[in-house]
Every structure is written in C-alpha cells, then in structure tokens.
Design a protein around this ligand. Sequence first.
Ligand code: ATP
Length: 222
Amino acid sequence: MENQQFVVIGLGRFGSSLARELVDLGYEVLGVDRNEEVVYNMSEVLTHTVVADATDEEMLRSLGIRNFDCGIVAIGDDIQMSILATILLKEMGIKTVVSKAISTLHGRALEKLGVDKVVYPERDMGVRIAHQLVNPNLVDYIELSKDYSIVELKVPHTLDGKTLNELNARARFGCSVVAIQRESGCIIAPTAMDQIHTGDIMVIIGSNENIEEFEQSVNSEE
Ligand code: ATP
C-alpha cells in the first residue's frame, strides 16, 4: 500500500472529502475537476490539482493518468460523464478503478464496464444511520457479505463486569466477540474469562440475523 498514488475525478462533496482524507493518510492525490473554482478550493489541500474535463482523453493521457495505482470517479449526478470517465480510466490501464453510483442501475452499468468497486455513498450512509438510530449502542458495522457482518457495540452499564463466558454470545446467539476495545487498549481474540465494562466496545462477528438478536438482547437489558 505504501507510496500508492490516487487520482480523484470530480471534487464535489464526496470526491473532495475522500481526496482530503487520502492526503491526511499520507498518500499522494491528484484531484481533477472541470470546475475551476472547485479546483482552486482544493489546490492547497491536495498534492496536485488540475482543471480538466474527465472525458478529454488527450488531457488525461498528458497527465500520465495510467501511472496512478487507483482512480476514483466521484462524479455522481451526471451519469453519462461518470460512465465515460470510468471507461477512460479502465482503458488507460489504472490498476484499480472505483466509481461512485447514485442508483442501482448506474452501479450495474459501472460493473459491466469492469470497474473494480462501485460505491454508493448516499445509500450506504442512509442505511448506516438508520441502524444507528434504532440501536443506540451500535457504533459501526461492516457488511462482510449479504448475510454476515462485523458490528461494534457499546457495552451498556447492565453488562458491566460480565465475563464473555457469562455473556455467552456464541451459545445464546451464534455470534462471537472477536475484540474488546477500551481506552487503555484493544483485546484481540479475548478469552472466555475476559471481562467487559461499561463504555467498552465489543467487536462482534456473525450472521445478520444472529447479530440482530444479540443487539436486541443487549438493548433490552438497558
Ligand atoms: P457530491 O454528491 O459528491 O457533492 P455534487 O452533487 O457536488 O457531488 P456531482 O454532479 O456528483 O456534484 O459532481 C461532482 C464533481 O464532479 C463536480 O465538482 C463537477 O464539477 C465534477 N464533474 C462533473 N463532470 C465532470 C467532468 N466531465 N470532468 C471533470 N469533472 C466533472
């Protein structure tokens, strides 16, 4: 992963936030947008910025786009532009191309182009926030597949001092606590005798169904 270079096409809210974070993480980022003002605003933040139309093939070639390890097409609203820019990045031979989709159909079209990853930021954020609203202990979750996830759950005061053996998540709900995060550090692969305390975060892996039952039981303890 070291020295990876990223090119972000489209510096709207999503593209600029992604590009900024990559720079903060220590990576080199070229930002491309056809809107001069947008580029100007990001010129101090990103490693390089260029005012260019992402469908201008000559321009992209002259920027040496094919030498980048990863290209992110962060144009959403204009589906035609998003598709054209994605085709060009793929054709130029960038190793990994990630494109933002604003609808399932848009995403399917991008997949047909052989894009390496399609992201749906608005849809995913909506789903994530809905989960957090109905489950106050939920810190975050990652979908491993359609049926399996990893979730981070805050330990409520009612479970303070319990050992994982007493919690018995595997036998009761079929899910496993794979880590306990607390301010003093993280316990990876905790044993049955490890205790959880109020405010700790349990990292749990399991099927969505089992995790939901476990979450409900944790919530109902409160
Ligand atoms: P976001 O939802 O990320 O905030 P947005 O709604 O601001 O996005 P989008 O239409 O998704 O706007 O476009 C994101 C950015 O992509 C804009 O800054 C726009 O100028 C830029 N953009 C759109 N088409 C092209 C293109 N062909 N070449 C370069 N930049 C483009």
